[in-house]
Design a protein around this ligand. Structure first.
Ligand SMILES: [Cu+2]
Length: 316
């Protein structure tokens, strides 16, 4: 049974997901039973009432009250039960418990940012505790995106200029994938994130360790911190470090090189140019690329930008 379930649907990692699946199976199995019943009845009648001789005459039947009431009332009851059941499940899915842990979610082409109460923030990784409801307060910086976690059976549009909400309570530690399910441009299919569910104590520790992300950890060299920041901010969705061309130019050997810009001029890739590219990406567009890089103004401070510059310098 478990194997059959998993063959059709991803594992259900929340109680709501299980509720949802039960309803899903009820709808499908009852439809299957009714369909088979109808097909069998049709075949039976075809055989039983076939024309058997030349003077076989079809009797005139006007109506049958008992039969007609039966075949109207039974489906009506099934429909009402389905409606009530579906409505209850929908309410359970949409109304977050009041004691939920809140996380702010920002979607933008093509990444997900998560901000926690403690001041920590992450990109493309949502860290949450197991066994506790988590409420997501979501908004978009640009176009409509949609936050979809198949394992939790939650899917919610994320819209510019207005908050939308979703919630879940993961049972056990583990990882689940987040997809963007609203087509949002070139890299829509790469707009992925992970939900990382921790044991509650481990989550508290994680929050503590990550709340000071705005200052350099003392045990890291600036370039190493820069590498970490680049990962945390998902720059790698668009920039490779090995020469591969993605949505943005590769960083391999870029520092000190001459960059050809879209307006025909050239610029030397130095500290100032990188800084400007991060804070105001549309000021100078590299030839052959689109205006798609989001601004990191207000997201990365000077110290962090310096570290990223140090890191880019190491990519020869
Ligand atoms: Cu999207």
């Amino acid at each position: 049974m478990e194997a059959l379930r998993n063959f059709f649907l991803p594992p259900a990692k929340t109680a709501v997901a299980e509720q949802y699946d039960t309803l899903f199976w009820f709808v499908h199995i009852s439809s299957l039973v009714v369909t088979i019943g109808i097909v069998v009845a049709i075949i039976y009648f075809i055989i039983k009432y076939r024309r058997k001789s030349e003077n076989d005459v079809t009797p005139v039947i006007t109506h049958n009250n008992k039969l007609e009431v039966t075949w109207s009332v039974i489906p009506l009851i099934i429909t009402l039960v389905l409606f009530g059941w579906g409505f209850q499940t929908y309410i359970d899915m949409t109304k977050a418990p009041t004691d939920a842990y809140e996380v702010n979610v920002t979607a933008q082409k093509w990444l997900w940012r998560f901000q926690y109460k403690s001041g920590a923030s992450t990109t493309n990784e949502l860290h949450v505790p197991a066994g506790r409801p988590v409420k997501l307060i979501m908004q978009s910086q640009d176009v409509i995106h949609s936050f979809f976690v198949p394992d939790f059976r939650i899917k919610q549009d994320v819209i510019p200029g207005r908050y939308t909400e979703a919630w879940f309570q993961a049972r056990e530690p583990g990882e689940s994938i987040v997809f963007c399910t609203e087509y949002c441009g070139t890299d829509h299919s790469n707009m992925l994130a992970k939900v990382i569910v921790h044991e509650p104590e481990e989550f508290a520790q994680w929050l503590e360790d990550n709340s000071g992300a705005a200052t350099k950890p003392t045990d890291l060299a600036p370039a190493d911190w820069g590498e970490q920041l680049v990962q945390q901010n998902a720059c790698a969705t668009c920039h490779s470090t090995d020469g591969t061309e993605l949505t943005g130019p590769t960083w391999q050997g870029t520092f000190g090189s001459e960059e050809q810009l879209a307006d025909g001029s050239t610029v030397t890739v130095d500290e100032n140019y990188i800084r400007e590219s991060i804070l105001n990406p549309n000021a100078k567009i590299v030839q052959g690329y689109g205006q798609v890089m989001p601004s990191y103004q207000g997201q990365l401070n000077d110290e962090q930008i310096n570290a990223i510059i140090e890191y880019i310098k190491t990519l020869k």
